[in-house]
Design a binder for this molecule. Structure first.
Ligand SMILES: Cc1cc2nc3c(=O)[nH]c(=O)nc-3n(C[C@H](O)[C@H](O)[C@H](O)COP(=O)(O)OP(=O)(O)OC[C@H]3O[C@@H](n4cnc5c(N)ncnc54)[C@H](O)[C@@H]3O)c2cc1C
Length: 483
C-alpha cells in the first residue's frame, strides 16, 4: 500500500528540508525524500549546503584562518608560538563532525515537526488519477528507490533537487587531481601548488583555505574583470587585499586543454593578451558554476517542463507548468544561494496553505567568506549608473573604526548607495571584517525601505564594527564623525 501525503518534497537540501518543516507546521501531512548518503551509507540530509557546500567550506575557512592568525597575527599581540603545525586529518575530521551535527540536526527537526523522511531517490511515476487536471485529489505517484523500494502519493510536490558542479569540457572531475567542490573540501595534504579555474565565490573561498594552509594558489578566470557582480570599488579593494596575501588571480584567460599526468595537472591557456601559457599544478579545482539537477527525477513521466539549461521552469511564485507541482532553490532560476532556497521553501509551503508567501529578490544578501569578507545587498554603483538612476554614495573605512583597530583587522570599508532625492537605501556593500554579519542591518533597513538618514540616526554600540555602517550612512550627506 502506498502512503499518501498532502505535501511531498523531493530533495532535503536547505530549500527542501525547510519547505517540509514549514509545510508540517502549517498542518500538512508532509514527507521529504532525500538521497544523500554519508560515508556509512546512512542518510545525510542537508544537500550540497550541508555536505559539500556552505557548512564544510566555512568549517575549513575557520580552521585555516586560525592557522593563519597563529602564524602571522598572534605575534602582534605578544603571543609567541613555537613549532606551529597543522594536522590536516584532524582538521578534515572536525569539518566532517560539523557536517554530521547538521545532518543529525535536520533528522531531529523532521521528527520534531512530524515530517516523514524517506532515504532514497525520488522519481515521478505518473500523475495519479484525476489529480493533475483538476489540481486537487490524490496528485502524483512518486517512487522512492532506497534500501527498499516504496511508492508515495502526493497531492502537492515540491521539487528541490538542487544543483551539481559544472565540469570543464574534456576534463571530468576525478576528485583526485581535477576537483569539484566535493574533492576540494577533502584534499588529504596541503598541495604545493594548487590551480583554480573560476574566480567566483566558491573558487575564492576554496583558494583561500588552501593558500592559508601553505599552498601556492593560482586562479585562472575567463572574465576580464575581477568579481564582476560585486560593486567595482569593493571588488578593487578586495583584489588589493588578495594580491597582498599572495593569491594570484589571472583574468581574461581562455583555457584550451587540461591534462592529467603522474605529477599533477597541466593547464594550457591563452592569457588576456592571447599568449599561449601553461600552468603546472599538483591539483586543480574547477569552479565554473553549477547546473540544475534533475538526474533521476524522471520529469518526463509527468511532463514537467525544463528550460534549455535543464532548470525546472517556474513562475514568480515557484509554480511549474503542472498543477500542484512547485520547484525551489538551485534547480530553478535565480541566485544559487542556500538562503534564497530556504525563503522559496517557506513561501511555497505558505502558498499551498493559501497564504501569501513572499520572497524579495531585491534584498537577498550575498556573502563571500574570504578574508576580508565581502557582503552586499541591493544594487551596485555600476548598476545604478547603467540604469541612469540619480544616487548618492557614502563610504567609511574600517581603518577609522575603533573596534577594527582593536581586532587588528582594518582592511576595507562600508559603502552606502542611496537615492539622490528620497535618500532611500539602494545598496550596501561591505568588504572587511565580519561583513557577513554586518550586512544583516542593511537587509533589514532595505526591507523596511529605510533611508540612509534612518541608519545614521540610530544608536550603534561602541566600540563595534557596526559603527562603520552608521558612519557610511552619515557619509551619504558628507557628515562622518570619525573620518
Ligand atoms: C563549496 C560551496 C560553498 C557554498 N557556500 C554557500 C554559502 O556560504 N552561502 C550560500 O547561501 N550558499 C552557498 N553555496 C550554495 C548552496 O549550497 C546552494 O545554493 C544550496 O545548497 C541550494 O539548496 P537546494 O536545497 O536548492 O539544493 P541542494 O542543497 O543541492 O540539495 C538538493 C538535495 O536533493 C537531493 N536530491 C536530488 N535529486 C534527488 C532525487 N531525485 N531524489 C531524492 N533526493 C534528491 C540531493 O541529494 C540533495 O541532498 C555553496 C555551494 C558550494 C558548492
Amino acid at each position: 500500500m502506498s502512503k499518501s501525503f498532502d505535501v511531498v518534497v523531493i530533495g532535503g537540501g536547505p530549500g527542501g528540508y525547510i519547505a517540509a518543516i514549514r509545510a508540517a507546521q502549517l498542518g500538512f501531512n508532509t514527507a521529504c525524500i532525500d538521497e544523500w548518503k554519508n560515508e556509512k551509507g546512512g542518510p545525510a540530509p542537508g544537500g550540497t549546503c550541508t555536505n559539500v557546500g556552505c557548512i564544510p567550506s566555512k568549517a575549513l575557512l575557520q580552521s585555516s584562518e586560525h592557522f593563519e592568525h597563529a602564524g602571522h597575527a598572534f605575534a602582534d599581540h605578544g603571543i609567541g608560538l613555537k613549532d606551529l603545525s597543522i594536522d590536516i586529518g584532524k582538521m578534515l575530521g572536525r569539518k566532517n563532525a560539523v557536517v554530521k551535527q547538521n545532518n543529525d540536526g535536520i533528522l531531529y527537526l523532521f521528527k520534531k515537526n512530524k515530517v516523514s523522511f524517506f532515504h532514497g531517490r525520488g522519481s515521478f511515476v505518473k500523475a495519479a488519477e484525476g489529480a493533475a487536471s483538476t489540481g486537487s485529489g490524490q496528485g502524483y505517484e512518486i517512487k522512492v528507490a532506497g534500501a527498499a523500494e516504496e511508492t508515495v502519493i502526493a497531492k502537492h510536490v515540491i521539487v528541490a533537487t538542487g544543483s551539481n558542479p559544472r565540469a570543464l569540457p574534456g576534463a571530468p572531475f576525478d576528485e583526485e587531481l581535477i576537483l569539484s567542490n566535493d574533492g576540494a573540501l577533502r584534499i588529504p595534504a596541503v598541495p604545493k601548488k594548487l590551480g583554480l579555474i573560476g574566480a567566483g565565490v566558491i573558487g575564492l573561498e576554496m583558494g583561500s583555505v588552501w593558500r592559508r594552509l601553505g599552498a601556492e594558489v593560482v586562479v585562472l578566470e575567463a572574465l576580464p574583470t575581477f568579481l564582476g557582480a560585486v560593486d567595482e570599488q569593493i571588488a578593487k579593494e578586495a583584489q588589493k587585499a588578495f594580491n597582498k596575501q599572495g593569491l594570484k588571480v589571472e583574468l581574461g584567460v581562455k583555457i584550451s586543454e587540461v591534462k592529467t599526468g603522474k605529477k599533477g595537472v597541466t593547464v594550457a591557456y591563452a592569457n588576456a593578451k592571447g599568449e599561449a601559457q601553461t600552468l603546472e599544478v599538483d591539483k586543480l579545482i574547477v569552479s565554473i558554476g553549477r547546473v540544475a539537477n534533475t538526474i533521476g527525477l524522471n520529469p518526463e513521466a509527468v511532463g514537467l517542463k525544463l528550460d534549455e539549461r535543464g532548470a525546472v521552469v517556474v513562475d514568480d511564485d515557484c509554480k511549474t507548468n503542472l498543477p500542484n507541482v512547485w520547484a525551489i532553490g538551485d534547480v530553478v532560476r535565480g541566485p544559487m544561494l542556500a538562503h534564497k532556497a530556504e525563503e522559496e521553501g517557506v513561501a511555497v509551503a505558505e502558498r499551498i496553505a493559501g497564504q501569501h508567501g513572499h520572497v524579495n529578490f531585491n534584498t537577498i544578501p550575498w556573502v563571500i567568506y574570504t578574508s576580508p569578507e565581502i557582503a552586499w545587498v541591493g544594487q551596485t554603483e555600476q548598476q545604478l549608473k547603467a540604469a541612469g538612476r540619480a544616487y548618492k554614495a557614502g563610504t567609511f573605512p574600517f581603518l577609522a573604526n575603533g573596534r577594527a583597530r582593536a581586532l587588528g583587522d582594518t582592511t576595507g570599508m562600508v559603502k552606502f548607495l542611496a537615492d539622490a532625492k528620497t535618500d532611500e537605501i539602494l545598496g550596501v556593500h561591505i568588504v572587511g571584517p565580519m561583513a557577513s554579519e554586518l550586512i544583516s542591518e542593511a537587509v533589514v533597513a532595505m526591507e523596511f525601505k529605510a533611508s540612509a538618514e534612518d541608519i545614521a540616526r540610530i544608536c550603534h554600540a561602541h566600540p563595534s564594527l557596526s559603527e562603520a555602517t552608521k558612519e557610511a550612512a552619515l557619509a551619504i550627506d558628507k557628515r562622518t564623525l570619525n573620518f
